[in-house]
Design a protein around this ligand. Structure first.
Ligand code: HEC
Ligand code: HEC
Length: 506
C-alpha cells in the first residue's frame, strides 16, 4: 500500500515505475470519433481488448488502501487485508490477479495442448473465492476457526473442509452480447407487464412470460400495489423492501445471475480482483479526482475505458455448433424428452440485432442513456427471419433451485445458496471443469450432480441406458467455443497510440 502512496509524491522513488494502463479520454470524444468515422468499431474493440489484457500495477491503482480501523468492515472492497501485509495480494476475497485475461484465457480444454485465447473460461486454479469467512483447511475442530456467526458450520475432523463463502469458476465471455440483448429485451417486457398489472383491477393475475420463458406471475392488490410473491427465477430471493421495478430485471451474468449487463459485472470485477476503482462507481457525478480506496491513486479507470471494455465484452464471437451425426441427433432428442431443454432452452430469439449500450446504465430501462448500438450479426449469429437473431444458448436466463448437494455456504448475499442461473451449454464441449465451482470434471458428472428443480431430469438421465447417455453427451460435445476468438484484434493493439491520437488523446 505504501508504495502506491509514495508514487504520488513528486520525486518519490516509486515514480520510476509507470502505470501499465492508458486513459482513453472521454466517452463523448470516443463516440464523436465513431460518428465521424475516424475510428471504427474494431478500433474500439481493440481499446477494450487492451483494458481486458492489461496487467494492472500499483501506479494504475492496483490494491486497496491501508486499513482504517474506523472504517466498517475489512472484507469490504477498499479495506481488504493482504497476506502478511504484503500490500498486493491475499487471493481469497479478491486481489487475486493482475489482468482479466489471467482467468479468462482457455478457449478449449478439450484439445491437446489446450487452446489458449482471449476471453475464454478459467481452470479451477483461477476460481474466485468470494467473501470467505472460514475455510477449515486443516479439517479442524479448533474453536479459533469457529467465529460465533457461523456456529452452524459442522466443524469436525471428517474429511470436509467446512467453508463459508463462494467458490466460483470463471465462465467465458463468448456470445455475451446476445445474452445481454436477450436480457434487456426480456427486462423491457417484464417492465411493460408490470405497468399493465399496476393499472389492472384488484385481484388481476398477470403472467410474466417473455421470449417463451415463464417468470411466475404478478397479482394486483386492492391498494393498487403489486404482490411479488409469485415471481420466479428473477430478482432477489426475498423481494421485501425492493420496488417491483427493481425486482423485474433479468440478470444473466455471474453464476448466481446477479448482473444485468456485462458492464455491470465488470464494475465489480475491477474492484474485486484488482482494487481498481471505476470512476462511474466511486464518482458517479464526475466531480473528478476521487481516491475512494485511499491507495493514493485517483480516477483509477475512466468511463471511456469501461465503455471500451464493454464494447469488447459484447462483441466477443458466439460459440458454434458442429453438424449432428445420427447418434448426436438422437442424443439431442433425449435431451429434449427427459426435460433438460426445459431449463437449457436450445434457442431463444431476440427481436432485434442491435444491442444498446448505455452510460450511466439504468437496470430497469435499457433504453435510457444509450450512447451506442452494436450490431450483433457480426458476432456470428444467424438472423431468425423476424428481424432478430437466433441465439443457440441452451439456457433460459432464469435462476433455479439446484438442490442441497450443489448448495453454497454463503452468509453475506441475499440470493439463495441453492439457486444458480441456468448454465448456458453453448461451447460446453470445451469448457471443463463444470458447474459453478468447477467440481465436475466431466459432463456426465455435471449432469449427475443436478438436484432440486432438475432432480427429475437428472434421474431420467441416469435411467437411460448407457448407450443413450453416451449419445446425449455426444450431442453436448458438438457445442463448441468459437475458433480463434479475437485473434483479429491482437495485431491491432500495436496501433493503440494511433487510435488514441485519432480520438484526440495525446
Ligand atoms: C481471479 C479470476 C478472475 C479474474 C481476474 C477476472 N474474472 Fe471474470 N469471472 C471470474 C469468475 C469466477 C466468474 C464467475 C463469477 C460469479 O459467478 O459470480 C467470472 C465471470 C465474469 C463475467 C460474467 C460472465 C457470465 O457469463 O456470467 C464477466 C463478464 C467477466 N467475468 C469479466 C471479467 C472482466 C472484465 C475482468 C477484468 C476486469 C475479469 N472478469 C477478471 C473470474 C475472474
Ligand atoms: C431446473 C433446470 C435445469 C434442468 C432441468 C437441467 N439443468 Fe443443467 N444446469 C442447470 C443449472 C442452474 C446449472 C448450473 C449449476 C451450477 O452452476 O452449479 C446447470 C448446469 C449444467 C451443466 C454444466 C454446464 C457448465 O458449463 O458448467 C451441464 C452439462 C448440464 N447442466 C446439462 C444438463 C442436462 C444434460 C440436463 C438433463 C438431464 C440438465 N442439465 C437439466 C439447470 C438445469
Amino acid at each position: 500500500m505504501l508504495a502506491a502512496v509514495v508514487a504520488m509524491v513528486p520525486g518519490g522513488d516509486a515514480l520510476a515505475d509507470t502505470p501499465n494502463h492508458r486513459g482513453f479520454g472521454t466517452l463523448d470524444a470516443l463516440v464523436d470519433a465513431l460518428d465521424r468515422g475516424d475510428v471504427d468499431l474494431d478500433d474500439v474493440r481493440t481499446l477494450g481488448l487492451f483494458v481486458f489484457t492489461t496487467p494492472f500495477n500499483a501506479q494504475d491503482g492496483y490494491g486497496d488502501g491501508p486499513l482504517d480501523p474506523a472504517e466498517s468492515d475489512p472484507v469490504d472492497l477498499g479495506q481488504r487485508p493482504t497476506l502478511q501485509g504484503n500490500g498486493t495480494l491475499l487471493r481469497v476475497n479478491g486481489l487475486d490477479a493482475q489482468s482479466c485475461n489471467e482467468c479468462h484465457s482457455l478457449v478449449s480444454h478439450a484439445t491437446r495442448p489446450p487452446t489458449l485465447g482471449i476471453a475464454g473460461v478459467g481452470p479451477a486454479v483461477t476460481n474466485a473465492i468470494i467473501l470467505p469467512s472460514v475455510i477449515d483447511v486443516a479439517d479442524s475442530t479448533d474453536p479459533r476457526v469457529r467465529p460465533a456467526n457461523i456456529g452452524q458450520l459442522p466443524l469436525e475432523r471428517d474429511g470436509v473442509a467446512d467453508f463459508s463463502g463462494r467458490f466460483a469458476n470463471p465462465p467465458f465471455l463468448f456470445g455475451g452480447g446476445a445474452i445481454e440483448l436477450l436480457a434487456k429485451e426480456m427486462t423491457q417486457d417484464l417492465q411493460a407487464l408490470l405497468r399493465e398489472a399496476l393499472s389492472a383491477s384488484s385481484g388481476t393475475v398477470t403472467p410474466l412470460v417473455t421470449h417463451g420463458v415463464e417468470f411466475g406471475e404478478l397479482v394486483t392488490m386492492p391498494d393498487g400495489g403489486i404482490d411479488l410473491s409469485g415471481v420466479e427465477g428473477v430478482g432477489p430471493e426475498d423481494p421485501t423492501g425492493r420496488t417491483p421495478e427493481e425486482v423485474l430485471v433479468v440478470r444473466p451474468f455471474g453464476r448466481k445471475g446477479e448482473n444485468f449487463s456485462m458492464r455491470d459485472f465488470d464494475r465489480g470485477a475491477m474492484r474485486f480482483h484488482f482494487g481498481i476503482e471505476p470512476v462511474e462507481v466511486v464518482d458517479p457525478t464526475g466531480t473528478g479526482r476521487v481516491d475512494a480506496d485511499g491507495d493514493g491513486v485517483i480516477d483509477e479507470i475512466s468511463v471511456a475505458n469501461m465503455s471500451a471494455l464493454h464494447v469488447f465484452d459484447v462483441t466477443n464471437p458466439a460459440p458454434t455448433q458442429e453438424e449432428l451425426d445420427r447418434d448426436a441427433a438422437r442424443g439431442f432428442e433425449s435431451f429434449q424428452e427427459i426435460g433438460c431443454a426445459d431449463c437449457h432452452v436450445p434457442v431463444l430469439n431476440t427481436r432485434g440485432s442491435l444491442l444498446p449500450l448505455a452510460h450511466p446504465e439504468v437496470a430497469r430501462d435499457p433504453t435510457a442513456n444509450v450512447y451506442l448500438k452494436v450490431d450483433l450479426l457480426a458476432t456470428g449469429l444467424q438472423p431468425n427471419g423476424q428481424g432478430g437473431l437466433a441465439v443457440p444458448l441452451f439456457a433460459d436466463l432464469k435462476r433455479h433451485d439446484m438442490g442441497e448437494e450443489l448448495a453454497e455456504t454463503f452468509e453475506h448475499g441475499d440470493l439463495s445458496n441453492r439457486e444458480f442461473t441456468t448454465a448456458r451449454l453453448w461451447g460446453v464441449a470445451d469448457t471443463a471443469p463444470y458447474l459453478h465451482d468447477g467440481r465436475a470434471l466431466t459432463l456426465r458428472r455435471a449432469i449427475e450432480l443436478h438436484g432440486g428443480e432438475a432432480q427429475a431430469a437428472r434421474d431420467a438421465f441416469v435411467a437411460l441406458g448407457k448407450r443413450q447417455q453416451d449419445r446425449l453427451i455426444g450431442f453436448l460435445k458438438t457445442l463448441r467455443t468459437p475458433t480463434e476468438p479475437n485473434e483479429e484484434l491482437v495485431d491491432r493493439v500495436g496501433s493503440l497510440e494511433e487510435i488514441l491520437y485519432t480520438i484526440g488523446v495525446r
